[in-house]
Design a protein around this ligand. Sequence first.
Ligand code: ADP
Ligand code: MG
Length: 318
Amino acid sequence: MIALTPCVRYRTDMSEQAISIHNLSKKYAGGKQALSDVSFDVAQGSIFGLLGPNGAGKSTLINILAGLVMKTSGSASIWGFDIDAHPRNAKASIGIVPQEIMFDPFFTPKEALELQAGLYGVPKSKRRTMELLKAVRLEDKADAYARTLSGGMKRRLLVAKAMVHAPPVIVLDEPTAGVDIELRQQLWDYVQELNRQGVTVVLTTHYLEEAEQLCDRIAIINHGQLIANKPTRELVGMAREKAVVLTLDRDVTSAPTHAAFEKAELVGERTVEITYNKDRMNAGEVLSVIQGLGLGIIDVTTKEADLEDVFLRLTSTA
Ligand code: ADP
Ligand code: MG
């Protein structure tokens, strides 16, 4: 694959974060509160997943970063540039692959990229039109009408378009919604290649699996609120955790522990909460372990991990 390394050289005084969002809120004119007090950072060089069901506020957030939607309050900066104070630099630092495919059907891929380069003020000598088309394997289609491209080719052209000004950050808003598995894999190959070359990647999706496969870190947004933001492994681990609260037949001074438990906590004189990985054991097995330690059990309540509901909902909409 051809290099797509950003031309924008990293500044030495830049902040550590590729994107920094503080208390961002958006209420649309019709009264819909699409984002409520959202804060998070995206580390440079990472692949960051913004996960949430339809209507969660993902596109609203992305479109605020893109300068397409006006925030109601809060602040955001891209590559150290505040979107209010330095809108041009902020915009130059980010490439957006929008959720909706929108093209002028009469432009060829080559013309579409040239036009985009013009919009971003990329001088002719610095344009990389053919290089970008090669990178997304559309060099054969350079002069074809956009309307003759397949859905997959159009997506790829959108990725190339987002990279025209060589931004250090690229954002893909639900790039695989309604896209077949093969194309999905191809897209992820491009995205990972870009990331290997140093581009920070943000992608929104409502597929947990997709985010899990690709992202270093995942934030979950639901009803405009950020409900989780953790390294992928930790978050996925949480989704697999379950807990039982047991009332024992006598007081204990410490929670009975066992190697198979994720966590054991004393929550009352004779009440313990055992967290376990539901892929590895079930509640019945937890009870047997406790009984095996010589303790009697008077009462049992099961508890789902907090994220469970969200995850179930997210994964079932896929
Ligand atoms: P997502 O991308 O996570 O599916 P969106 O950001 O598109 O979510 O939408 C969040 C909420 O804001 C939804 O309830 C949606 O209907 C609403 N919304 C999005 N765009 C507009 C708009 N231009 N005007 C009014 N409401 C909007
Ligand atoms: Mg969206």
